[in-house]
Design a protein around this ligand. Structure first.
Ligand SMILES: *Cc1c(COP(=O)(O)O)cnc(C)c1O
Length: 393
């Protein structure tokens, strides 16, 4: 079957992978160089140094040729051993997947249950840690931005809860969909391992996985004699010291990463975060005007990265997304696992601005009508009111 050509660009409004800016595409479009040659060292050092500013850390950041899932595994195998106990929070699908991975590594996971409609509760974490007077819990593992539900967790408050409980556990945080889109401070918030990936807020293709570490995490890894090889931090750090890698790095993605870091710093991280908040607020204004329900129930936990919307009862979200794709060449995120068919997700991260968001919300509004989904018109108009610079006449 041949695919019909559609004029214009596909509107990729899923919460990652996110659209790749022209400048990043151009940066990647380079001949391959010798990853052991002199030219590579400069690229290696520029990216290994530059990415620290995005994580806001003075400590090393490890860059793997992997998806985010690989970086999840790297965090687990370096600081934990089979039989270790950890505390995790059920914020949604991605928290459940990280837990499933930990279980495969024979980690003993205490999973604080959740309804997938809010971020992690620092109070619940504190209570669990206070009960653990013998300090059996080796790590607290939290997803910062839960991409399946559109809720974000307050990592600074999680750190404070751990400190208040005077518990020595390591803090491991998944920022795969929040790094470069939402305020994040690895050092200041006392995070021990921050996991991330390239294809969401960093606006790159998939294929780079990150571990930002703390001195405490490095010490835990040195003491950990559980088997590991590809993900071992020590081999990586030894080579990284001179700007090189122990095995072939994703060289062309590093060209892209260098450009993406430049772009984020030129815009200013605070401006980048404010833009994401503005676009998220406009999206919620549209959803409210349509009369649809947000999946996230706690306003303090609204994600700046994506907005998950519940489909009106009796209407299938996947059918709606199919109509949107066929009629307007636009993609939205699907509801994941227990939300399949019940919710859709609007990504507003990375290379997204006011006018690209308005175009996407226009697609949603038209497709809601086309799908016969009960809603009020006026979502786009509501978003315009929140985004325009002038007061209404
Ligand atoms: C996308 C995502 C992952 C999975 O990353 P992959 O690159 O697909 O392996 C994990 N956690 C969160 C929060 C994500 O958004």
């Amino acid at each position: 079957m041949t695919v019909r050509r559609q004029a214009g660009r596909h509107v990729l409004q899923i919460p990652g992978p996110s659209p790749i800016p022209e400048r990043v595409l151009r940066a990647i479009d380079m001949p391959v160089i010798d990853h052991r040659g002199p030219e590579f060292g400069e690229l290696g050092r520029a990216t290994l140094d530059g990415i620290k500013q995005i994580f806001k850390t003075e400590n090393p950041v490890l860059i793997y040729p992997s998806s985010g899932t690989g970086a999840w595994e790297a965090a687990i195998v370096n600081v934990l051993s089979p039989g270790d106990k950890v505390l995790m929070v059920e914020t949604g699908h991605f928290a459940a997947m990280w837990r499933a991975m930990a279980l495969r590594w024979k980690i003993d996971v205490d999973f604080i249950p959740g309804d997938w409609r809010r971020g992690a509760s620092p109070a619940a974490i504190e209570e669990k840690l206070r009960e653990d007077s013998r300090h059996a819990i080796k790590a607290v593992m939290v997803v910062h931005n839960e991409t399946s539900t559109g809720s974000i967790s307050d990592i600074k408050a999680v750190r404070a809860a751990m400190d208040d409980a005077r518990h020595p556990a390591l803090l491991l945080v998944d920022t795969i969909s929040s790094l470069g889109s939402a305020d994040y401070r690895h050092d200041e918030w006392g995070v021990d391992v921050t996991v991330s990936g390239s294809q969401k807020g960093l606006m790159l293709p998939s294929g780079l996985g990150f571990n930002a570490v703390s001195q405490k995490a490095l010490a835990a890894a040195r003491k950990n004699d559980a088997p590991r090889s590809y993900w071992d931090w020590q081999d990586m750090l030894k080579s990284n010291a001179t700007g090189y890698f122990p095995y072939t790095p994703a060289t062309n993605l590093l060209y892209g990463l260098r450009a993406a870091i430049d772009m984020l710093l030129e815009e200013g991280l605070d401006n980048v975060f404010a833009r994401h908040q503005r676009l998220a607020a406009a999206t919620r204004a549209a959803v409210g005007a349509w009369g649809l329900e947000l999946l996230c129930e706690a306003p303090s936990d609204y994600s700046p990265v994506l907005t998950a919307v519940l489909m009106p009862p009796g209407h299938d979200a996947d059918r709606f997304r199919k109509i949107l794709l066929e009629n307007y060449d636009m993609s939205l995120g699907a509801g994941l696992s227990k939300l399949a068919g019940k919710a859709f997700r609007i990504g507003h991260l990375g290379e997204c601005n006011e006018l690209s968001l308005i175009s996407a919300l226009g697609g949603v509004e038209m497709a809601l009508s086309d799908a016969g989904a009960p809603h009020q018109p006026g979502g786009v108009a509501a978003a315009l009111r929140t985004l325009r610079r002038s007061e209404e006449p």
